[in-house]
Design a protein around this ligand. Sequence first.
Ligand code: GH3
Length: 296
Amino acid sequence: MRILLIRDDNTGQASLSTMLACSEHVTALIECNTVKAAIELIAENQVDLLFLAIEQPLDKLTLLRSHNIVGPPIIILSEQQDDGYALRCIEAGAQDFIETDELKPSRIIRCILHVKERLKVQNQLLEHQAQLRELALVDSLTTLANRYMFDLSLANAISIAKRQQNQLALIFLDLDKFKEINDTYGHSTGDQVLQEVAARLKETVREADLLCRLGGDEFVILISEISCLDNIRHLTERIVSAFSPTFNINGKQLNLSTSVGVATFPDCAIDSVQLMKCADEAMYKAKQRGRNQVMW
Ligand code: GH3
């Protein structure tokens, strides 16, 4: 554990410094004597645990937490022998409260070990949270954003566009006769084609554009920053061209094209539902007109 000790100059706290320096659980010990210095040290260093051993620790703790809402865990060492005060420190975010009277190496080590265990559990929870977030927002086959992520992003992008009076574009793609690929070569080949489509689209759009697989053989690109509609036209041309090279899947050369519908906000629609409908209808027109083309 990398530990930061904030302490005043008096005997009890000096012995805490010695105990920490001697502990096998402490890999680094940094010391300072003001909250201001501590805030700077936390910003510049990895600090796993902070011991606060200065006058009026509750006020200092509140000050620290107001600068570092998600800062390192804090343990208070104080001369106060008042359960109510200790409780208020815990309520304000301290992990533990040690009275100077109880200051001995075994108490400090127990404290460090408890924090270590809590951090382990906390990290596991954060990992699970990240996994759940990924499951909720990412399409597992292509690793593109999924429909849920798209719906959230579109609603958000529209409210920003309304506020800033910007334009948005939706490019809606539905692969042509994709079912034939499944029927002829099997579902697993179909899956690999979908992954290759996602990879080609990723190379075609910019980082700032949101590329999603809505489901099945449908993809959508949300463009939140449009400088001019000609750029969207060029992009859709590049998208159609991205399907020109044959798809080489397990040694088979497969031909595939896509029908594309484009809709812009606020010209075609006043909300996300209308905008999607508009792009869908444009795509449907492209299908009706013979596929492998872009319609607005
Ligand atoms: P059209 O040009 O008229 O759109 O023809 P299509 O064959 O692409 O149309 P349709 O929407 O009927 O076919 C889409 C196919 O996509 C049908 C479905 O079995 C397949 N599909 C949907 N999800 C997946 C998937 O995750 N993997 C694979 N391999 N196929 C999928």
